[in-house]
Design a protein around this ligand. Structure first.
Ligand SMILES: Cc1cc2nc3c(=O)[nH]c(=O)nc-3n(C[C@H](O)[C@H](O)[C@H](O)COP(=O)(O)OP(=O)(O)OC[C@H]3O[C@@H](n4cnc5c(N)ncnc54)[C@H](O)[C@@H]3O)c2cc1C
Length: 652
């Protein structure tokens, strides 16, 4: 299939306005004749469901949580970017666009990223109107702080709980529509398939997404739901690595099942490793905790200057505060004087790994570096620091039993975000007409590396300001006749879901789904994690295939399908993770270059920076499912840059 991004022609700054004028409109009286399914009610999904219902569409919203308020978006701590330029420090829409394109190592589509920067300013107004309690300056203006990869302060925040407060805003907008009866909310419902039917369009048969199959997680009932369009807003798949900062429930099932029905999966290997997480502490850990990037505004990252000092630290002979200033290496400040501790995440993570690989890591495992607040506490006060980051410091102390006001935090990179996802065009439509993807679930705006505070911006941009326009274009061309689940494709998809459930329950092997997940996560982290090479990736592929084979003969799922059964839920998700893992490895093997979060050891500059190969790899890799156990087909969307010059990223 030829991938048509549908990015409008014309000057960058005019594309979105022009597009909004050119897309077809559904007249207000007709909107109530269209049903739209939104799967996922995190920031992207809740914003989309509320906005579409506000426009007049009938929305059915689904989440596997017991309330939209539980979505993983609630975990977001640091903030949300917007080009408001309240600080007068030189920000602009173009600068936010430029930072995002550059930060993503020139692997994102210009038109989408510019639109994101444009609507960023509307998001803040919308959220303030909803009552989101952003931090304010003494004069009443909203406050900003800095995040990595930018030299301006453009990050809006609500202490260390920005995601929670934004989600409460989106949830109240959604609740209003639920109360009006315009949104029908289905909680504890897991989407397990997309229903795609062949429909006659202008005399030709075309595929269209017309519904979904869900399983009620309390009763086990499998149901089908029909609509004129389906929007997936189901978040990211970082948990393929088992250990990550994502909520334990996050998974790839919804986009993966859509992928198997014809939606291309783009850049699956682009994973973000966040530099500031609490290090792994033992074999039985199931979750990692993020220390927000906002801490790098004031915290200084360092390791001991020599291996010998690091060794003494690891043995517990000395502590961090015993180490003299001249025996410390503030390696980010030394190597990147222009951005210092605020280099983007991929750069900060790689450097931390490099320090640990050199034997200068700290903590009992040697897999940690310091994030030190002594200077800012001396310069201001512990109280001032607590006002900005108090809840993060508390969280750190509860987990590590160390007081970060007195001792530097120990941090290490961990899997955090997935830039890959379902391929979408400028309208956020996947390669299945009528199926859309928004938020972290799509691949669209962050290229090979997402800048901090840009995920919330994208989720809300997609939900509040993009999909409400672009979905109309498709609906206006769809007959407003009622949709039902009578088409045989619904019964077929439902039977498929039931058969898979029965299969999982019937294997009755010896290993829990969790054991398979952990084994997969280990392979993914070791061979497709912070650093990758061809040999390791080939090994990983073979190992994942073994895991898959064993899973389908030896998994043990206790209980039945007609009840709440978390082992069954988990097994289905792990099965999808295993297949995704293999595709991630294929994608990483195909991309013979380093860019952003994808660091191929064979492609590094002399000083260890990522070596891009723009002549050959300036494309989006969009993978097409070809059938069970068949290699996937690679389709390429060539990226065209008309407004930025592709340069070696430098933060020096
Ligand atoms: C610890 C942490 C801190 C972060 N901090 C920041 C930050 O400060 N700033 C920033 O910009 N970004 C941050 N991020 C990233 C950001 O939080 C996420 O990218 C973003 O919230 C994702 O929003 P979403 O709406 O796309 O998905 P989610 O919030 O993950 O929502 C997914 C929704 O889909 C539903 N769902 C999923 N699958 C199914 C299914 N099969 N059936 C039914 N429902 C389903 C879930 O129930 C949920 O409602 C952070 C991430 C982490 C892990």
């Amino acid at each position: 299939m030829v991938l048509n991004s549908k990015a409008p022609e014309g000057p960058l700054a005019e594309k979105w306005d022009k597009h909004k004028f050119n897309v077809k409109l559904v007249n207000p009286a007709n909107k109530r004749k269209y049903d739209v399914i939104v799967v996922g009610t995190g920031l992207a999904g809740a914003a989309a469901a509320a906005s579409l219902a506000e426009l007049g569409y009938n929305v059915k919203a689904f989440t596997y949580h017991d309330s939209p308020r539980r979505a993983h978006s609630i975990a977001a701590q640091g903030g949300i970017n917007a080009a408001k330029n309240y600080q007068n420090d030189g920000d602009s829409v173009f600068r936010l666009f430029y930072d995002t394109i550059k930060g993503g190592d020139y692997r994102a589509r210009e038109a989408n990223v510019y639109r994101l920067a444009q609507v960023s300013v509307n998001i803040i107004d919308q959220c303030v109107a909803q009552g989101v309690p952003f931090a304010r300056e003494y004069g009443g203006l909203l406050a900003n702080r800095s995040f990595g990869g930018a030299q301006v302060s453009r990050t809006f925040y609500a202490r260390g709980q920005t995601g929670q407060q934004l989600l409460l805003g989106a949830y109240s907008a959604l609740s209003r529509q639920i109360a009006y009866g315009k949104v029908k909310m289905y909680t504890r419902s897991e989407m397990l398939d997309v229903v795609v039917i062949d429909e006659e369009v202008n005399g030709k048969l075309e595929k269209r997404a017309r519904g979904i199959v869900t399983r009620n997680l309390i009763t086990g009932e499998v149901q089908t739901h029909a609509a004129h369009a389906v929007v997936l807003a189901t978040g990211g798949y970082g948990n393929v690595f088992y250990l990550s900062t994502n909520a334990m429930y996050c998974n790839v099932t919804a986009p993966w099942r859509a992928h198997k029905k014809g939606a291309y999966f783009a850049n699956p290997c682009f994973t973000q490793i966040h530099p500031t997480c609490i290090p792994v502490s033992g074999d039985y850990q199931s979750k990692l905790t993020l220390m927000s990037e906002s801490l790098r505004n004031d915290g200084r990252v360092w390791v001991p200057a020599t291996k010998e000092i690091a060794e003494r630290l690891r043995k517990g002979e000395i502590t961090a505060t015993d180490i003299k200033e001249e025996d410390r290496d503030y390696f980010l400040e030394r190597k990147y004087p222009a951005f210092g501790n605020l280099v983007p995440r991929d750069v900060a993570s790689r450097n931390a790994k490099q320090m640990c690989d050199e034997g200068r890591g700290v903590g009992s495992t040697g897999l940690a570096v310091y994030l030190d607040f002594a200077d800012v506490i001396k310069r201001t006060s512990a109280e001032a620091v607590s006002q900005k980051y108090g809840n993060l410091f508390e969280m750190y102390e509860k987990i590590t039993d160390e007081n970060p006001y007195k001792l530097p935090m120990r941090i290490y990179p961990a899997v955090h975000y997935t830039m890959g996802g379902l391929w979408v065009d400028y309208n956020l439509q996947t390669t299945i007409p009528g199926l859309y993807a928004t938020g972290e679930c799509n691949f669209s705006d962050h290229g090979a590396n997402r800048l901090g505070a840009s995920a919330l911006m994208q989720g809300l941009a997609d939900g509040y300001f993009v999909i409400p326009y672009t979905i109309g274009d498709q609906l206006a061309q769809t007959k407003p006749t009622p949709v039902t689940t009578d088409h045989p494709a619904f019964a077929e998809a439902k039977a498929g879901v039931q058969a898979r459930t029965e299969q999982l329950l019937s294997i009755n092997g010896n290993k829990t789904p969790d054991e398979f997940h952990k084994a997969l996560g280990h392979i993914m982290w070791e061979y497709c994690g912070m650093a990758r090479n061809a040999e390791g990736l080939k090994y990983a592929k073979a190992e994942i295939q073994k895991i898959k084979k064993e899973f389908w003969t030896n998994v043990k799922v206790v209980g039945s399908g007609e009840e709440m059964n978390q082992a069954l839920e988990k097994a289905g998700r792990v099965a999808d993770f295993i297949e995704l893992g293999e595709l991630m490895v294929d994608d990483a093997l195909d991309r013979n270059e380093s860019c952003g979060g994808h660091f191929r050891e064979e492609y590094a500059t002399e000083d260890g920076e990522a070596m891009r190969r723009d002549d050959e790899y300036a494309y989006v890799a969009a993978w097409e499912y070809m059938g069970e156990n068949q290699p996937e087909r690679l389709n390429k969307e060539e990226l065209v840059f008309e407004n930025v010059k592709l340069t070696q990223r430098s933060y020096k």
